[in-house]
Design a protein around this ligand. Sequence first.
Ligand code: 6SY
Ligand code: ZN
Ligand code: ZN
Length: 255
Amino acid sequence: MKLRMLGTGSAFSKVFYNTNALLTKNEQTLMIDCGNTAPRALYELGISLSEIDAVLISHIHADHIGGLEEFAFQMKFLHGRMPKLYIADVLVEPLWENALKGGLYQEEFPSLEHYFDVYPMKPGVIYEVLPDLKIKLIQTRHIPSKASFSLIINEGFYYSADAIFDQEMLLSLERDEQIKLFFHDCQLHPPGAVHACLSQLLTLPSSIQEKMYLMHYGDDQKEFIGRTGLMQFIEQHTHYLIDPLTFSIQSVKME
Ligand SMILES: O=c1ccn([C@@H]2O[C@@H]3COP(=O)(O)O[C@H]3[C@H]2O)c(=O)[nH]1
Ligand SMILES: [Zn+2]
Ligand SMILES: [Zn+2]
């Protein structure tokens, strides 16, 4: 499985793009979240939106959905394609009514289903979103009253999207679900009101820290290199390979 982060920054970062990811398996690509900066990041990487087969949305904040209008319009009117959209069932209506309808609604295209093949997901159920790429959603705490979801990818890779620090859940993911790779959002400066902050993540046992990569960080990330315990920062635009069995991750140079 190949991974490339379109961005690794916080919602307000001006140095890094929004924390959105591309996962490629069997030559098919899933985009995890599509924030404001996703179209720009794809352009800079030389990737056409038409190369994306499916998009999965974790929750409704602009750094995770702000690029969806352009994605939908480009797919429909430039590429004549109907991408798959995976999203928790409770977010389908709010995504359209509260976010996308203003731009995408037209008399002849009056619903989300006119732009996407919509696959509503139930938390706790495993879906094969693309061939050999299975995802289970877990509802996580981010902002009270706002439904937000983390992902478990191929039963071994936890991707928090946006979540506050939840030590019990992280311990249980390692112990009960045998998670071997963790990607977690990381606010560098406390307090971690709506995200996990670095000082909290540093309290995790070493067995989890050594499996954990940090994303969704602020512009002064460089100052924290070497101050993240056994955890490492994931870098935007670098090509990574993830072993399908061990979930070990390595960066690879591409020509
Ligand atoms: O109750 C709130 C709601 C929001 N915010 C900020 O707005 C940002 C929205 O995107 P995000 O979820 O990546 O990060 C959020 C925070 O930076 C906050 O600090 N407290
Ligand atoms: Zn965010
Ligand atoms: Zn958020």
